[in-house]
Ligand binder design. Structure first.
Ligand code: CMP
Length: 511
């Protein structure tokens, strides 16, 4: 094989380059064990480039023709690839790994510019080495300079834009930005442009110069620090709803049960924004911790709000300029009220607890029930709370959960027609369990005074009720303490007597 005469220069350089780069690549490979997917991919790509460069170097040597003059493509390409691989290794080793150890980073744009400069210089040096007149290739003449200058103006603007954005850290990859009406998460800042990814799975490529020139809004960051982003959920109510009560209710709706995505610190607040068009406009403001889920979290907050307002009997207000032309007739309203009353009566009749009640007693009690809607996940009552009301499930399922050893365990699920809270109603004891809605729930609530009136008239009802209560209490204890069946039954008998006493004391009568 004829060796090129510049063996001592080009070939030597080529061989030394191949050996050094291979050694560096291997070093990187050893060091880079814990690297992320992206870096591992880059390392593999560099390995392929390196192999290609060595192959091209060998091919250039094999194809060497001492008689050939002028531009020789193979050695030129091998050299250029060498510069590329060299820059790649430098980027990964020095700028990536080494600086990474000291928690420093070099902007991607600067890396790309450095690589391009190295490639350009490498190309010029190699062309000059092959005896080509490089100067002749460069544009000459004032007109050409002006044309090239103009063409480069925008590119340079973008380049400088990208560099300054990264250097002053005004925008970082991962930031949520609003620029000229476009909103998205910055997924990459490159030498010419940056990419924003929207929540609707779109990618927007924005030239860096534009990013720099436009007014830019970075969400969820203040004073360089990451923060949650405040969202405003507005709603309107009629003036008849007392604002202080509404505000308290709205806050309670968010605080009672955490909503995923709503930060607890800073905590939500609620303000009365305006009073116009015959309505009061409120804003429930909360801090969104996961910026990807903006609309979904707004929706979850609105859902909570809706149910809380409905339970309190506040309906959304209609702006006063809207004219309601249809009004239900008094007969229609009466028929609806009657149907609702009958439904409540049916719910009471199905309860073992009230099996001994006469029809007119049931009907009287049905008139005292309050209808309350609940959203999935909301609790209807919480363990440990003092309470004196009973719930009947008109629609929907709930889960009865008992906290023990720091965790909550489900002891039962109840569906339409079932009741709970009887222990609180009958004895005034703190709630024994937390009852949570599994799906949309419509509950009927019976308060102590209504029931007290009935019990004073029919004291013998207390015995039947004590029987049911004792059964449930024994089952709760069986779950908590893993009791066997015999112990459970003996406890049930014990409870029956004690409960009867307590009910009599609580309702203030002696049977
Ligand atoms: P109270 O203690 O007032 O509030 C929580 C309610 O959960 C409780 O009344 C019962 O009505 C209900 N509850 C407790 N344990 C059970 C159970 N094992 N099965 C069904 N309901 C229960």
């Amino acid at each position: 094989m004829i060796m090129p005469p510049f063996f001592s220069t080009w070939w030597d350089t080529q061989a030394a380059m191949a050996v050094t780069f291979t050694a560096l690549w291997l070093l990187l490979f050893l060091l880079a064990k814990g690297l992320g997917v992206q870096e591992a991919k880059r390392l593999r790509f560099l390995g392929v480039l390196l192999a290609l460069q060595i192959l091209l170097g060998l091919a250039a040597t094999a194809a060497y023709d001492p008689a050939a003059k002028g531009f020789r493509a193979l050695p030129f390409l091998a050299g250029l690839l060498g510069v590329g691989v060299g820059m790649g290794l430098f980027n990964s080793l020095v700028l990536g790994l080494l600086l990474g150890r000291f928690q420093r980073s070099v902007p991607t744009v600067l890396r790309q510019v450095l690589s391009m400069l190295a490639l350009a210089i490498g190309a010029i040096v190699m062309l000059a080495h092959q005896g080509l007149d490089v100067k002749a290739l460069l544009p000459t003449g004032a007109v050409l300079t002006a044309v090239v200058g103009l063409a480069l103006q925008q590119t340079l603007g973008n380049l400088i834009g990208g560099l300054s954005i990264q250097l002053d850290k005004s925008v970082r990859v991962g930031d949520w930005v609003l620029v000229e009406g476009l909103y998205g998460r910055v997924s990459a800042i490159r030498w010419r442009s940056s990419t924003l990814e929207t929540n609707d799975y779109e990618s927007i490529v924005v030239p860096n110069a534009q990013l720099l020139a436009a007014k830019l809004l970075v969400r969820g960051r203040r004073g360089g620090e990451e923060t949650a982003w405040r969202r405003w959920v507005r709603f309107r109510l009629a003036f008849s709803a007392p604002p202080a009560e509404v505000i308290q209710l709205a806050l309670q709706a968010l605080r009672a049960e955490p909503v995923p995505g709503v930060a607890t610190d800073p905590s939500p607040d609620c303000i009365l924004v305006s009073m116009e068009d015959g309505t009061a406009q409120y804003a429930l403001r909360y801090w969104l911790s996961d910026l990807v889920k903006d609309d979904a979290t707004d929706s979850a907050v609105r859902l909570r709000l809706f149910y809380a307002l409905r339970r309190a009997g506040f309906d959304p207000a209609l702006p006063s300029h809207q004219v309601t032309l249809q009004q239900p007739s008094p007969e229609g309203q009466q028929a609806e009220a009657k149907a609702r009353h009958e439904a409540r009566e049916r719910a009471l009749r199905g309860m073992e607890l009230f099996a001994k009640l006469k029809d007119e007693e049931l009907s009287g009690l049905a008139g005292e029930l309050r209808e309350l809607p609940y959203a999935p996940g909301e609790s209807l009552c919480r363990q440990g709370e003092a309470a004196d009301s009973l719930y009947i499930l008109e629609h929907g399922r709930v889960s009865v959960q008992v906290a023990s050893d720091g965790s909550e365990r489900e002891v039962a699920q109840l569906g339409s027609g079932a009741f709970f809270g009887e222990m609180g109603l009958m004895t005034g004891e703190p709630r024994n369990a937390t009852v949570r809605a599994i799906e949309h729930v419509q509950a009927l609530r019976l308060e102590k005074p209504a029931f007290q009136r009935l019990l004073l008239r029919r004291p013998e009802l207390a015995e039947a009720i004590a029987e049911v209560l004792a059964g449930r209490r024994a089952q709760l204890e069986q779950t908590r303490e893993s009791l066997d069946q015999a112990t459970r039954e003996s406890r049930q008998r014990q409870h029956r007597g004690q409960l009867l006493e307590r009910i009599r004391d609580y309702f203030g009568y002696r049977g």
